[in-house]
Design a protein around this ligand. Sequence first.
Ligand code: DAH
Length: 344
Amino acid sequence: MKTKLEQIYNDALKDIENANVLNDIDEIKLNYLSRKGELNSIRKNLKNLSDDEKRTVGALANEVTEKLYAALDAKYDKLYRAELDKKLQTEKIDLTLDGKYYPQGKIHPITQTINEITEIFQKLGFSLVPQEHSPEVETEYYNFDMLNVPKDHPARDMQDTFYCTLAENIVLRSQTSGAQIHVMEEQKPPIRVIAPGRVYRNESVNARKNNFFHQIEGLYVDKGITMGDLKGVLNEFTRLYFGENRPTRFRSSFFPFTEPSVEIDVQCIMCQGKGCRTCSGTGWLEILGAGMVDVNVLKGVGVDPDVYSGFAFGMGVERLAMLKYAIDDIRLFFNNDIRFLKQF
Ligand code: DAH
């Protein structure tokens, strides 16, 4: 038994010495020290020995066990350090290397501008028209008829509006103003809404015109709404959007769905009103059309013009973004040139 124990001890020490990785340690423990290991099989046989032998062999078995644990612990420590060192060596971070480039997505400048303008009008008490009341594919009825645009009006000319060739009376909307009709059909006054969205025009594309662009429509209908309210709200808008000191002016104009009608100009930001190519020498740039909702439009949707009145407005989002950021070509918004888009 004693020699057997010495044999086991020497074998185990040899195995420990030969261990190369941490897993080997576990294996050695299993082979020699576990319940099914070699030392335990010796202990199981102790009962066959005389009391005297039991004592010496038992003591020796305990000593061997302790020594093996100590040897295993020491080896474990050594291997653990070695593996850690290796890991640190191979996974060392070189702080002088260039960082990896992770491109970051951004919100498109047109969407940013729409969001900014929407927030301004929300502060002024306007709410967003639900998407279903502001469709991009429209009937002539909403895009023109109900907005008091007669059949022979030049705005209906094939030059301006994209007509659907598959079905009659279907157009890609040329303006967001149709949303006014949808809302007034659904909702009784008081109404105070805005409707941002894309519109389409059959234009030849150049630096100032694209065949689609974005508008924000606004509508305020209630008892006793006057031109004073229109001026108040839209002046406040230009102040909040362009800042305190940008001069604006109201100019009388014409739209079939408003009477009276106005346009608002802001002083040209390229030349500060001196007159340049961007503003065709006038020193002013138009940003929106507006007016008091025409009596015919109110009657068409069953709103009594003797009780209610309102104002409406429509602004070009690209124009507003171009003026704020001094961008001189509308096509830049749609070319998807990352160098341009990155700046916003
Ligand atoms: N829809 C007009 C356009 O596209 C803009 C406009 C003008 C909208 C006056 C309005 C308005 O609501 O009252 O040119």
